[in-house]
Structures are given as structure tokens and as C-alpha cells.
Design a protein around this ligand. Structure first.
Ligand SMILES: [Zn+2]
Length: 301
């Protein structure tokens, strides 16, 4: 399968790639399985969600009238993510497309990052500095690159829904004593003993997750009480999103099904049993990404 550039009537390239050849067929399949979601954070009925000016042929972003979470109103079939719609197919085409269509914007973005001293974070180093050596898990691990090689003393595990990526990660992690489970987030995490992991990475994962609260809740159960989660997601509250509107790099239809601001991330994490810590720059509105550390909330027995 391949992606082609979408063009308007004058032949100008539009901001989003479309599937060529199979496009009509896939859209039809999605329509047939479409169902409007209740809010994936607070479960408020879909009927109360407010439409936002981000819509595609087959889905639109809405904002929950109860908790303000922004999310995609309909989900594509999850089995598509196991194979043809998997991350390895869509992310490469998306990056190449953006570079081709917005060379000046992307150069400006890089310059801004440099000027703002937004340095590149290395998730596994952030994690290894904060947790005890032992088993750690990358949820939505792709081919395993975030944990290969693992920091000294740590055993890498992963959960990944794409079959081909999960197989690659499993081979890579097994060489270091770990494994990758091919499953959706909550389902995969529930296969591990309670309190098993000393830490976790959620890097560009929760925006893809169909059931983000269930996944975070299952993660909390699989983590030790002193564990830390290194977390990254696109920042829907960013200035860039307001300026770029539909061209904002964080918008990925239909791959991103949840969009978090600092407030909605803090709330979904709280409901799952975590406290959220952005540090000094993690929720910088100039950055397209939210970075946070999630820690198990103290329990009162
Ligand atoms: Zn809600």
C-alpha cells in the first residue's frame, strides 16, 4: 500500500496524504464500521461533544462538553492498525510529505527550537535516572528503538499492536532478556503481574490509543509503587496548533484519536491513579509536544 499526495482542483498539494487506489474502498469500510465515541476520558455521551473545525472525509475532531478532551469522533477498525494502517507505513509518508510541502515552515520550526533551547530528550536516559534497575516497558514500542540497547541493568519489554513491528521488537528485546507482546495497550499490560515493572515509556502512544483510560489504568496496575512513566504526546494546547490550524504537525487523521492539553492529560492520568509532573519545560506552549513524568499517586488505605 502507498500514500499519494492529495491535490485540489488547481493541482496544489493539500496538507494531508490520501491513500491512492484503495482510498474509496477503505473509506467505505470505515464508514460501515463507524460509531461515534463517548468521551474516552470521562465517558460523557457522544451527543454532547462539540464539533471543532478539524474534519476529514470520514471523521472529525470534537471536544467533550464535560471534561474538554479533544478526540476523533469515530474510530477506524482496530485490526487495520495491526497491518495496513500500522505506524511504520503512515509515519514515513507523513514526514516526507510535510518536508516536501512546508520546507520553510519546517526550517522555521527548527530555528525556533534552537532559539528556545528546547533540547532533545532521550526517554530511556530520563527513565534510567529515576527508577530502580529491572524490568521496564515501552507501551506502543514500535520496533523497539526507544529501548535498544537498554540502559545497563534494565530488561526491556514492550506492547505493540502492529504485528510486524511487535515481531521486530520481540526479537530485539529477547536478546536482552525481555519480550514484546503483540496486543492493544490494556490487554497487553494485563498479562503482566501486578507491580512488575519499575518504569515505563509512553512516547507518542496515548494519542493513538482507542481506550486511553483503560490503558493507563492497566499500566498503573502493572507498575511498582515507586515507578516512573516518561510520557510524550502532541500538545493540543500549543501555540503552533493555533497558528498552523489544519497544517499543525500533531494532527494525524485517522492515526491520532485523542488530543491532550496539559489539563486533560493531568485529568486522565489522575483518574488512572497517577500524578503528572511537567517540570519547567514539559508543557511549554511553544513546543508541539507535551513531556511529562507520571508517578503512581499515593494511596490512602
Ligand atoms: Zn469528557
Amino acid at each position: 500500500m502507498s500514500f499519494g499526495a492529495a491535490r485540489d482542483v488547481r493541482g496544489r498539494v493539500l496538507p494531508f496524504p490520501v491513500r491512492d487506489g484503495k482510498a474509496a474502498h477503505i473509506r467505505h469500510a470505515m464508514d460501515a464500521q463507524a460509531n461515534n465515541r463517548n468521551c474516552p476520558l470521562c465517558d460523557a455521551p457522544a451527543t454532547g461533544a462539540k464539533p471543532l473545525p478539524y474534519a476529514w472525509d470520514g471523521g472529525a475532531l470534537v471536544e467533550c462538553d464535560q471534561c474538554s478532551l479533544v478526540f476523533l469522533d469515530r474510530l477506524p477498525a482496530q485490526h487495520e492498525f495491526e497491518t495496513e494502517r500500522a505506524w511504520e507505513v503512515s509515519s514515513v509518508s507523513h514526514a516526507a510529505q510535510r518536508k516536501r510541502d512546508y520546507p520553510i515552515l519546517i526550517a522555521l520550526h527548527r530555528a525556533t527550537r534552537y532559539r528556545m533551547h528546547i533540547t532533545k530528550r532521550v526517554p530511556k536516559k530520563m527513565l534510567a535516572r529515576r527508577v530502580r534497575p529491572g524490568p521496564i516497558v515501552d507501551v506502543g514500542c514500535g520496533a523497539g528503538i526507544n529501548l535498544i540497547p537498554p540502559p545497563a541493568g534494565f530488561t526491556p519489554y514492550g506492547i505493540e499492536i502492529s504485528k510486524s513491528l511487535a515481531a521486530a521488537a520481540d526479537a530485539a528485546f529477547r536478546a536482552h532478556g525481555g519480550a514484546c507482546i503483540q496486543a492493544a495497550g490494556a490487554e497487553g499490560l494485563r498479562g503482566f503481574p501486578r507491580g512488575f515493572f519499575h518504569g515505563a515509556l509512553l512516547i507518542g502512544y496515548l494519542e493513538h490509543e482507542f481506550h486511553p483510560l483503560a490503558a493507563l489504568t492497566a499500566l498503573r496496575e502493572a507498575l511498582a509503587d515507586d515507578a516512573v512513566v516518561v510520557f510524550k504526546t502532541p500538545n493540543y494546547g500549543s501555540i503552533n496548533r493555533r497558528l498552523m490550524r489544519k497544517r499543525w504537525s500533531g494532527l494525524r487523521y485517522p492515526d491520532h484519536v485523542n488530543y491532550f492539553t496539559p489539563a486533560t492529560l493531568r485529568e486522565i492520568a489522575r483518574r488512572a491513579g497517577f500524578t503528572t509532573h511537567f517540570g519547567v519545560t514539559g508543557n511549554n506552549p511553544v513546543s508541539d509536544s507535551l513531556w511529562a513524568l507520571l508517578r503512581p499517586a499515593p494511596t490512602h488505605n
